[in-house]
Design a protein around this ligand. Structure first.
Ligand SMILES: Nc1ncnc2c1ncn2[C@@H]1O[C@H](COP(=O)(O)OP(=O)(O)OP(=O)(O)O)[C@@H](O)[C@H]1O
Ligand code: SF4
Ligand SMILES: [Mg+2]
Length: 334
């Protein structure tokens, strides 16, 4: 494909991860809008998710998280780059060619209100997921629906009810049951708890953790809140303005962030009590426009460590310790 130069992919950096990648994203770009002044929603992003791993994708609003999630599921077509699912590149596949993979790749949406059809009973919503992929008929189908509801902490009596009869947390449980119905190989959970009350968030995270242990789920867990992903995720990918800033194992990232943006996201104070952390403000100042991102390092307009070089050189994502990657020109600061 002959794309204009602005769309060309740089040599992809491919952060090496565990042995068997389920998903590998290499040099992913998604530009929206006009070719000459595109919104660079995702700009040369590479990372992978190993089988059985839960990777957190974190960044402020507009950093490109959903665009990456939607690209993996081919709900949108990437501008450039590869999306390898078990080694097979999904980028560029037609809808028809995607069909065999649809069942394997599922999504849990942020808004459990909008993502459930209000006119359908819960049993039918989950049944529809089974029917789409011809999984189970008759009594076996009904049993499977009940089994799925029980798995997420609901019960058989809920099959006849409509979405409006449930709380937000319960609806998200239904969304999770629907995603699990087809026994997916890979799940994108796009801010699955962001719309829920804080107390309910923990319950849904615990549920996902249980399900993860039970089924060895492989998942990309998207969140704008670092606090939410800590417990569930093995590794974290930190995104800013469509670019990866840092990748690290969860525990290490929280203990010692190595990128100024991650440090700012975590806040200056070392691990205050949970409630205080929740109220903590994210960074001061706005994210620059992805139509006209800063030269050099895209984070430089908000970075306390920015130097002259940061406006001239684009930092590449490089491995600074085994399993730890960062895109920052300065090693002397963190
Ligand atoms: N269909 C579209 N057309 C034009 N621009 C888009 C489209 N979808 C997303 N964008 C832009 O791409 C950028 C990334 O959006 P995206 O939704 O991926 O961010 P996000 O990290 O998921 O944010 P949030 O936390 O708010 O969900 C934003 O600047 C957004 O306005
Ligand atoms: S490259 Fe410069 S501006 Fe960017 S994060 Fe590092 S120090 Fe800050
Ligand atoms: Mg989003």
């Amino acid at each position: 494909m002959n794309a204009p130069s602005v769309f060309q992919t740089a040599v992809p950096v491919e952060p090496a991860t565990a042995v068997e990648p389920m998903i590998e994203i290499i040099g992913l770009k998604k530009y929206f809008g006009h070719q000459h002044h595109p919104v660079r929603a995702v700009d040369d992003v590479s990372f992978s998710v190993a089988r059985g791993e839960v990777v957190g994708l974190v960044g402020e609003s507009g950093s490109g998280k959903s665009t990456i999630g939607r690209s993996i599921l081919k709900l949108i077509e990437p501008t450039a780059g590869q999306i390898l699912y078990q080694g097979k590149d999904l980028a560029g596949l037609s809808q028809r060619a995607m069909r065999p993979y649809r069942r394997d790749l599922q999504i849990i949406f942020q808004d459990p209100y909008a993502s459930l059809n209000p006119r359908m009973r819960i049993g039918d919503i989950i049944g529809e997921a089974l029917d789409t992929h011809n999984i189970k008929q008759g009594v076996a189908r009904q049993e499977r629906i009940i089994e799925l509801l029980q798995l997420v902490g609901l019960s058989a009596e809920h099959t006849k009810r409509f979405p409006y009869e449930f709380s937000g947390g319960q609806r998200q449980r239904i969304g999770i049951a629907r995603a699990l119905a087809v026994e997916p190989k890979f799940i994108v959970a796009d801010e699955p708890v962001s719309a829920l009350d804080v107390s309910i968030q923990a319950q849904v995270i615990n549920l996902l953790q249980d399900l993860r242990q039970q089924f060895g789920l492989t998942m990309l867990f998207i969140s704008h809140d670092l606090d939410v992903v800590e417990y569930l995720c093995d590794r974290i990918v930190v995104l800013y303005l469509g670019r990866v800033m840092e990748i690290a194992p969860s525990a290490e990232l929280y203990r010692a962030p190595r990128h100024p943006y991650t440090e700012a996201l975590l806040g200056a104070s070392p691990r205050p009590d949970p409630d205080a952390r929740r109220e903590r403000k994210l960074l001061r100042g706005d994210i620059p426009s992805p139509i006209n991102p800063p030269s050099g390092c895209v984070f430089r307009t908000r970075c306390p460590y920015a130097s002259q070089e940061c406006s001239e050189t684009v930092p590449s994502l490089r491995e600074i310790a085994p399993g730890r990657w960062k895109a920052c020109l300065r090693d002397d600061v963190l």
